[in-house]
Design a protein around this ligand. Structure first.
Ligand SMILES: Cc1cc2nc3c(=O)[nH]c(=O)nc-3n(C[C@H](O)[C@H](O)[C@H](O)COP(=O)(O)OP(=O)(O)OC[C@H]3O[C@@H](n4cnc5c(N)ncnc54)[C@H](O)[C@@H]3O)c2cc1C
Length: 391
């Protein structure tokens, strides 16, 4: 195994994998990606895979827009199909106030070149008759986004990264970082399976690198402690449920109609998309509890928490209101996993405060949507600053 490289990226989720890929694509041919368990075993594997372009910030819109375009190119490059369903995204408004917000956003979309259309309640009803529209004022429709399989897109980026020379090492956990004047010394433990758990072995490996990027997802607090800095990002619980097939939806599709776009009710705070004849409901629930404030235990791997239906009752009822056929439909599956949040919901991307050649990519709550663009822009920043000597 190589132990001296130009850059080490820590964390093999969607974000870290994209950064490693883009550093290699930007010309750094000596990049290593380290993952303590398996690629995608953090939050990435259980994400719903939605790629919403809607965002009020110009910078974030550029990041998301890049991801959506980039993911469409990955199959041609790697031969791996990440299951990108370009079904569009319909963001509904229950009030004029909400429509005003969308109109304000439209200037960002226009500036960033994100295509969108306005829809009236009647236009929505004509196209998607299962959706109740009497209480809607309208909607903004993005035809070019949709959803993707998060694990598959990460694996496609990993394959692309390997093809470009990135070394990917799994079951290697970074325990500490030490700046040695001109490079970082990174002390790692080989991780081994013991009775289904992942534990540190006594085997230590030291890697040296000019640059380090951390993309450690829910492990941000442990990363912060080992770097001696503060990273204001902690995991909270986030759930989505999958329903049994909905007879009305199955009938609608058998008539030759195309798949519903991802539906978002911003006022009711949920998203819904089709899944094998049924629906996925993802609520932005109130009072979702924080988890692992002081660090993720080693015993927690690609695990989930128990479903808490009471917490999402309001959103569930609101889905039934919006799509009345769902009232008769049973629950098939549920996912309640950790998702990392920062106080303002934006990820922390860029140089770490006070640390030379140390870059953060932490605190992603829309990490599948943001991974592609974050990799592209962060790699660009690192490579450019390194050339100008100000990194
Ligand atoms: C239920 C649910 C639904 C979601 N739906 C969506 C969605 O539809 N769209 C969307 O964009 N986002 C969604 N998300 C959010 C998305 O899952 C995350 O934002 C994204 O996966 C974060 O990716 P990441 O690479 O930053 O972190 P992770 O995927 O958590 O990866 C971090 C990796 O770092 C590794 N690691 C940590 N510390 C170390 C160390 N010291 N040494 C080596 N390796 C280390 C971990 O093992 C892990 O594999 C959802 C989340 C949940 C919980």
């Amino acid at each position: 195994m190589k132990t001296n490289v130009k850059a080490v990226v820590v964390g093999g989720g969607a974000v870290g994998t994209s950064i490693a890929y883009h550093l290699a694509r930007g010309g750094w041919n000596d990049v290593m990606l380290l993952e303590r368990d398996e690629l995608t075993s953090g939050s990435t594997w259980h994400a719903a895979g939605l790629l919403p372009l809607f965002n009020m910030s110009y910078a974030t819109t550029h990041i998301h827009q890049y991801s959506v375009e980039f993911y469409k190119t990955l199959e041609a490059e790697t031969g791996l199909n990440a299951g990108f369903s370009v079904v569009g995204n319909l963001r509904m408004a229950q009030s004029q106030h909400r429509m005003d917000e969308y109109m304000l956003y439209a200037s960002t979309a226009e500036t960033c070149g994100v295509p969108f259309e306005w829809m009236t309640p009647n236009q929505i009803k004509d196209r998607w008759p299962l959706v109740r529209t009497e209480d809607l004022v309208g909607a903004i429709y993005h035809p070019t986004d949709g959803y993707i399989n998060p694990a598959d897109v990460t694996m496609a980026m990993a394959k692309g990264a390997r093809q470009r020379g990135v070394f990917i090492e799994r079951k290697l956990q970074v325990d500490s970082y030490h700046w040695r004047g001109s490079e970082w010394e990174i002390i790692c433990s080989k991780m081994v399976e013991k009775g289904g758990n992942l534990v540190q072995s006594n085997e230590k490996i030291t890697i040296t690198a000019e640059h380090v990027v951390t993309a450690t997802g829910n492990h941000a607090q442990r990363t912060a402690a080992s770097l001696g800095i503060k990273i204001p990002a902690i995991p909270v619980e986030h759930q989505f449920i999958v329903t049994e097939p909905d007879k009305e939806l199955v009938k609608f599709r058998e008539l030759g109609n195309s798949e519903h776009p991802v539906l978002r009710d911003a006022d009711a705070k949920w998203y819904v998309r089709e899944e094998r004849g049924g629906w996925i409901l993802g609520p932005y629930e109130k009072n979702a509890p924080a988890r692992f404030e002081y660090g993720v235990p080693d015993s927690f791997r690609a695990d989930l928490f128990p479903l808490d239906l009471d917490r999402i009752e309001q959103e569930y009822l609101s889905m039934i209101h919006r799509i009345p056929s769902t009232e008769e439909v049973g629950l098939k599956d549920d996912f309640n996993g950790p998702i990392c949040y920062t106080p303002d919901g934006n990820p922390l991307v860029g140089p770490a405060p006070g640390l030379r050649n140390l870059w953060l990519a932490e605190g992603f709550s829309f990490g599948i949507t943001a991974a592609g663009g974050t990799g592209y822009y962060l790699a660009q920043m690192m490579i450019e600053l390194s050339v100008t000597g100000s990194g």
